[in-house]
Design a protein. Structure first.
Length: 219
């Protein structure tokens, strides 16, 4: 699990095909590798990858064909800037929100405008995940935990403060940039529970839409 709080940025140093999958090497002088071990998880632009080799300023990970097909890895090349976050520790702060590192869809930046000292980004999302996105709710964009300003049709917008622009890859975003999206984990599981087949009596859960409305979790 991750928090969506970016620890460092890096760049893709190499991408090598390996029997239908890819072998990815990331170079970052900013990421503290002192406590990294083989098999650790590191989120790369919001995608949870497993470390199979590492040195002082680099690490290598396998990227499956499934991950490539469902994420922006299909668009990446050597030199692409990426956000990095090591897996969260149980005794650490949850500064963002619970992030699994599994991409739900690919979004596209359709507008970027100055808004006082921050930047406002409008991002178009696939139709099938729109219903997971809520005004003032959480969403992960390229591994960054962000708060949704508003959502209209298939477009949501976020405000990015100067610190986030400087500390992540968002400074490179322009109209047409593709981004990895992960919706709020709680929303995804609530939908699964609410859509449970009524003929399935294996679980007598009392969770209902009416109960969620009554307790302020739905409208």
């Amino acid at each position: 699990m991750f928090t969506g709080i970016i620890e460092a940025t890096g760049k893709i140093a190499s991408i090598k095909s390996s029997q239908g999958d890819s072998l990815l090497q990331i170079n970052s002088s900013e990421l503290d590798m002192a406590d990294v071990t083989l098999g650790d998880s590191i989120a790369v632009n919001g995608v949870c990858l497993t470390v199979i080799d590492f040195a002082d300023t680099t690490f290598t990970a396998d990227v499956s064909a499934e991950t490539i097909s469902r994420s922006c890895f299909q668009h990446y090349k050597v030199g692409t800037a990426v956000n990095l976050e090591k897996a969260m520790q149980a005794n650490g702060r949850l500064g963002g929100h619970m992030v699994s590192g599994h991409v739900d869809g690919i979004g596209e930046v359709i507008a970027r405008t100055q808004d006082a000292r921050s930047w406002r980004f409008h991002i178009k999302v696939p139709k099938e995940i729109v219903h997971y996105i809520a005004e003032k709710g959480s969403i992960t964009v390229d591994g960054i935990s962000l708060t949704v300003n508003s959502i209209v049709d298939q477009v949501f917008d976020v405000n990015i403060v100067p610190h986030t622009i400087a500390s992540t890859n968002m400074g490179t975003f322009e109209v047409g940039t593709k981004v990895n999206l992960e919706v709020d984990l709680i929303a995804r599981y609530l939908e699964r529970l609410l859509n449970k087949d009524s003929s399935d009596t294996s679980n007598d859960s009392t969770l209902t839409k009416e109960m969620l409305i009554e307790n302020g979790f739905a409208k």
